[in-house]
Design a protein around this ligand. Structure first.
Ligand code: ZN
Length: 675
């Protein structure tokens, strides 16, 4: 499973100031509803040459399959991308015309979505240029530059592509997930052949399943199901099968990578993956996944394959993706310190002793640095990954869970120039605090929430774990957040060397209160209530603390120039309020007190002040922030000596979005236009 975030949420959650802390240029491009960022790869220089070369070849392997995803997302996507690129590279008309500008934006969107449908909303883009512009541009090109089928002409290509690009009724949605229609027939993606119905797919795969099998393979994961002569048959994605030209290149790079493996187990992981790509055998894929889970000692790690099934309405077929990374030892040390002290935190928490765990086990989250993202992780990028997906492997062998620290850092840094904090934070004092400590305390709060918060506390004997019903996720998130907030300010964190200053926690407190009381409303449409559990939890905590601190004026709303701001007057009292609420939420959970839990949520977490909501939305709209963000990769380069031996691998961070996309289309494109 991948954890994604919309950048709108990062804008609200992340913090910082107008000034950039470094010279690094985080923003690479902006178009439509998208902002393209760059990420850095800190710590790479400390790796051994062997590890660097391993990362290099895994990263190359991660780029080789780019065409696969385009074709999976729609059968005309490669032909469309190549036609658009041919126009882009050879156009001789007016490049300042509105048609051309709209064409450029459309091409950037197709690159971003790996196809003609929105990467998140699933709807087909409506081109801002005319059919006439497109026709003229295509006809002006030498046919040899166009992806025409053998013996076919530019006009035949136009006949085929024009309805797909311009007619809103043709292939309107990439993946249809609900409704009464046949979801397989209605989805525009290319996981099933023409004429295959949902019922046929269900029958086909149900017939394969054996209810007695406790370790079933992921049926259908790596193939397109098509009808040939009236018979359903799987076209398997493997060497010698469908997408072979790209998969052979992936395998070639994986073979090179295997030569630089850190240890025997990792070598076995890579070789088993190669074996799977060669045979298409799903049993081998499971063998690979088990080995991959067991490899926790290697510093370098990667995902490469047909992994996530979000694109298939039936959740069977997986899109191709890649991430390549190495462990961030410093950051992982942080979560280990927290985990190692789990019992101390449990023993000293403000909750009633009856609700405390006698023996608590902290969880260590691994924090990683990516060197390359590809396929369905590019350019829109997850911030966390938890794999494998097969239930039985998770049950019998566990899973690996990671947070991609250099991606979250890039989100944070890029937000610093967004104007968001200039607009919503009360004064320079808070802004400076957030700029100095915000990233550290944000991560620390997440660590405390994940490694300790959720695992803390116990139910009283006889309490039904499902007693809190629909309110359970909000209350559970609140419990974990409060645990983190309470300990953010504890001297223990200074003692453990986890905070740069005893006051650093104030940055997190301010951000949390501003977000929960006000700025997270930018994600809610005017007139709606707060629905999502994490958002409800944040409003619950912020509103409750605001109300209960009123007599002491702990937190207040102030007006300036007709705008509302959150001001915190007493950070220490705010901490004790968090402690009080933590004790109460833990009591509710431990006793299964549904009535009290319901009242807390309904009273503080759901309703929105319409006047404040309107104001926040209007102020946010003026900032012109992009709701979606993605990344370009840094360019990895081999440094060679006079004898031609590789002596180092270095990064170049200067490549732009368009440059990168054109280069990938030139150097990492192996599939025919129609597959
Ligand atoms: Zn949580």
């Amino acid at each position: 499973m991948t954890v994604s975030i919309l950048s709108a949420s990062t804008c609200a959650d992340s913090t910082g100031d107008q000034q950039s802390q470094e010279d690094f240029n985080y923003v690479a491009d902006q178009f439509a509803d998208i902002q393209i960022l760059r990420y850095q790869v800190p710590g790479f220089e400390y790796l051994s040459l062997q590890q660097k070369r391993l990362l290099y070849h895994l990263s190359e392997a991660g780029l080789m399959g780019r065409d696969i995803l385009f074709d999976q997302n729609g059968r005309y996507n490669l032909a469309i991308r190549r036609t658009l690129e041919a126009i882009y590279l050879n156009y001789t008309g007016d490049k300042n015309s509105p048609d051309y500008k709209a064409f450029e934006t459309y091409l950037k969107r197709v690159w971003f979505s790996n196809g003609i449908h929105h990467h998140y909303g699933e709807d087909k883009f409506i081109p801002g240029f005319s059919e006439e512009f497109f026709t003229t541009a295509v006809r002006s090109l030498d046919t040899g530059l166009l992806p025409v089928k053998e013996g076919s002409s530019a006009d035949q290509l136009l006949d085929e592509l024009i309805p797909v690009i311009f007619d809103p009724a043709v292939m309107p949605k990439r993946t249809v997930q609900s409704g009464d229609q046949d979801m397989i027939v209605a989805s525009a993606n290319n996981y099933y052949g023409e004429g295959v119905t949902q019922e046929e797919v269900e029958n086909f795969y149900n017939a394969m399943k054996d209810p007695a099998d406790t370790t079933p393979v992921s049926y259908g994961l790596n193939s397109r199901l098509v009808k040939e002569n009236g018979q359903l048959t799987e076209k398997v994605w493997k060497v010698g099968g469908l997408y072979s030209d790209a998969i052979e290149q992936i395998v070639a790079e994986l073979q090179k990578a295997a030569g630089y493996a850190e240890n025997d187990l990792q070598k076995q992981v890579i070789e088993t993956l190669i074996d799977y790509y060669r045979t298409g055998n799903l049993k081998t894929f499971d063998d690979y996944s088990v080995l991959w889970v067991q490899d926790t000692a290697s510093e370098v790690d990667f995902v490469n394959g047909f992994i996530e099934t979000y694109g298939d309405p039936l959740g069977l077929k997986a899109s191709w993706e890649s991430t390549v990374n190495f462990i961030n030892k410093e950051a992982t040390k942080r979560t280990k310190i927290i985990s190692d002290n789990a019992q101390w935190f449990e023993d000293h928490s403000p909750v009633d002793d009856r609700f405390k765990k006698k023996e608590v086990k902290g969880v260590t989250a691994k924090l990683i640095t990516v060197t390359s993202i590809g396929g369905d992780c590019y350019p829109a990028t997850p911030i966390g990954i938890n794999l494998p997906n097969a239930d039985w492997i998770r049950r019998d062998h566990g899973s690996k869970s990671v947070t991609i620290e250099n991606i979250t850092e890039a989100y944070d840094k890029a937000s610093q120039g967004s104007g968001f904090n200039e607009e919503f934070v009360w004064s320079d004092k808070e802004r400076n605090m957030i700029r100095e400590y915000g990233f550290v305390t944000d991560n620390l709060h997440t660590d405390l929430h994940e490694c300790l918060g959720h695992g803390s506390g116990q139910l009283l004997p006889g309490t039904d774990p499902d007693a809190l019903k629909a309110y359970s996720s909000t209350l559970e998130e609140a419990r974990a957040d409060l645990f983190g907030l309470y300990y953010m300010a504890d001297p223990k964190l200074t003692e453990l060397n986890l905070v740069p200053s005893p006051d650093a926690y104030q940055a997190e407190y301010y951000k949390f209160m501003m977000n929960g009381l006000m700025t997270q409303l930018v994600r809610i449409e005017y007139g709606n209530d707060v629905e999502e559990a994490h958002m409800r939890n944040r409003q619950l905590i912020a509103r409750w603390a605001y109300e209960h601190g009123k007599d002491d004026n702990v937190v207040d709303f102030r007006q300036r120039d007709g705008k509302t701001f959150v001001v915190i007057n007493d950070y220490e009292k705010l901490r004790s309020l968090f402690g009080t609420l933590l004790a109460e939420v833990q009591r509710i959970k431990s006793e299964g007190d549904l009535a009290a839990g319901k009242e807390l949520v309904e009273k503080y977490a759901v309703k929105v002040d319409p006047v404040l909501h309107r104001e926040v939305l209007d102020r946010y709209a003026k900032l012109n922030l992009s709701p979606y963000r993605g990344f370009v990769n840094p360019v990895m380069k081999e440094v060679k000596n006079k004898k031609g031996e590789v002596t180092d691998i270095i990064f170049d961070y200067t490549e732009g979005y368009t440059e990168q996309m054109l280069r990938y289309s030139r150097d990492y494109s192996f599939l025919p236009s129609y597959n």
